[in-house]
Design a protein around this ligand. Structure first.
Ligand code: AMP
Length: 143
């Protein structure tokens, strides 16, 4: 079987993110490119677009924190800045879109994320899998 050339690893920056990227590394071979994506969900999504207050300051702060966190995470896992992607939107949609743009041949996600084990499979993992035009690996998180 041909090796993967271009792997997109989706991380929610929770503690489990290291297991997700470690698994991707095990699959990667010499010459395989690893890209990292983290998606920030706009506050307006949680409030159905109808926000009674101006949350733009908080949104900017969330963006700055996520950016710093992603940078730290990427550095500790040896992913160069050009392969770090911070996007705004719905995680599964943005992960799919970036995978298209990069022509990734594998998307790696965790089976569960911050939303925990309450769901059989995390909603993001599910969403990515359902619309997938490429291989998807859901790294088993938890017991
Ligand atoms: P969840 O849907 O929260 O259970 O998360 C399952 C997996 O989807 C996580 O382990 C990540 O691989 C990915 N994921 C969840 N949220 C994000 C996010 N905001 N940005 C990038 N990947 C995410």
């Amino acid at each position: 079987m041909a090796q993967y050339q271009n792997i997109l690893v989706a991380v929610d920056l929770s503690e489990e993110s290291s297991s997700v990227i470690d698994r991707a590394r095990q699959i990667a071979q010499a010459g395989t490119q690893l890209h990292l994506i983290h998606v920030i969900e706009p506050l307006s999504f949680a409030y159905g677009g109808d926000i009674p207050m101006d949350f733009s300051g908080i949104q900017d702060e969330i963006h700055e924190q996520a950016s710093a966190q992603l940078k730290r995470f990427a550095q500790s896992h040896d992913i160069e800045p050009a392969r770090q992607h911070l996007l705004l939107g719905k995680p599964d949609v943005e992960i799919q879109a970036l995978a298209e743009e990069l022509d990734a041949d594998l998307i790696v996600v965790g089976s569960h994320g911050r939303s925990g084990l309450a769901l059989l499979m995390g909603s993001t993992a599910n969403g990515v899998l359902h619309g997938a035009k490429r291989d998807v690996l859901a790294v088993r998180i938890g017991k």
